[in-house]
Design a protein around this ligand. Structure first.
Ligand code: G6D
Length: 325
């Protein structure tokens, strides 16, 4: 089902699509591929929306900074100094986060209108990013397919092809609050991440290397409270996989809701939303962004984000919901 959601200043209409299956209802916008709401039952059977979003299009237009629910590209997370070299050529990107490029640049995929086509149990969002958009080389044809599994899990599959060598790193920037969006801080949730290592960062949040989580506050191998103060990439033990494998589990002791995240990607950014900015309150949600590692284009030792003509970039992430005592 789709309905008119709003109109951009240039007159482009934005639509909202609703997916429903197995008691889960998800709303997706053609603007930014934004997951606006995800309604799931708690242990008491009562349904709540568990992701942060705005009720109106203006909310998203006026507050792009937190990237609420959005599809992120061409490069999710940071590229140091907004520069990278590929095949001997240097590419300069607009620095939009201190000296760095963040989440695709000044106007990334989160601020673009996507073509939406219904598919079985879901939607296919497509867009062609022209050569040179935000400084990235290659004409990149991208699709993101959002479907609901038989158990109501939200599955997002990404594909991209380019006509020239480029780099690509796609994710979704949903913030979860399993007690219900707007119910207060999410820092009491318990999080488990299947990662023995993470990437420590400098003051600009650029990775300085890879370190063991053992004995640090980054050790989420057994569940621990998320609290605050995290904006870090975890090196998932499973690495890059052909099919999604479990990466993390988020549990809310209050509602009993559980989110499990499975992905093909090698990394997971945990962001405890400490700097959400008004009208949102700090810590109102928790972002779990499946991705390749930050600054991979400048880090040959990290799993590669290079996409060459003739190859297809593919990744898939599954957000499954349940409830327990
Ligand atoms: C990402 O890592 C970044 C944060 O630093 C940023 O503030 C947020 O997106 C909006 O999670």
């Amino acid at each position: 089902m789709n309905e008119h959601f709003g109109t951009l200043p240039d007159g482009t209409p934005v639509h909202r699509w609703t997916l429903e299956r197995a008691g889960v209802r998800v709303r997706v916008l053609s603007y930014g591929g934004i997951v606006q709401s995800v309604e799931v039952p708690g242990r008491d059977g009562r349904t709540a929306n568990v992701v942060l979003g705005f009720a109106e299009l203006d909310g998203y237009l006026e507050n792009p900074g937190p990237y609420l629910g959005a599809l992120i590209g061409r490069y999710a997370n940071r590229i140091a100094g907004g520069r990278f070299e590929l095949d001997g050529r240097t590419y300069a990107l607009a620095p939009n986060n201190g000296p760095n490029s963040l989440h695709g640049g000044e106007r990334g995929f989160d601020q673009r209108v996507w073509e939406v086509t219904p598919v079985e149990h879901g939607l296919r969002l497509t867009r062609v990013s022209p050569h040179g958009e935000e400084g990235f080389p290659g004409r990149l044809a991208v699709s993101a397919t959002y479907t609901l599994d038989a158990d109501g899990a939200l599955r997002i599959g990404y594909e991209a092809v380019s006509d020239a060598p480029t780099v690509v790193n796609l994710t979704n920037h949903t913030y979860f609050n399993l007690s219900g969006a707007g119910s207060g801080p999410a820092g009491g949730h318990q999080l488990r991440i299947a990662a023995a290592r993470y990437t420590p960062v400098d003051e600009e949040l650029i990775p300085t290397g890879v370190a063991e989580v053992a004995g640090t506050r980054f050790d989420f191998r057994k569940p621990r409270q998320t609290g605050s103060g995290y904006d870090h990439n975890f090196v998932l033990d499973k690495g890059v996989t052909a099919a999604p494998e479990e990466a993390a589990e988020l549990y809310d002791p209050v509602s009993g809701r559980v989110l499990t995240v499975a992905t093909t990607e090698p990394g997971l950014q945990l962001y405890t939303a400490d700097h959400l900015g008004a009208p949102l309150s700090p810590g109102a949600g928790i972002a779990l962004e499946t991705q390749h590692f930050p600054d991979s284009p400048n880090r040959p030792e990290f799993p590669s984000t290079v996409l060459r003509p003739g190859d297809v970039f593919r990744s898939e992430t599954v957000y499954a919901f349940s409830a327990r005592d």
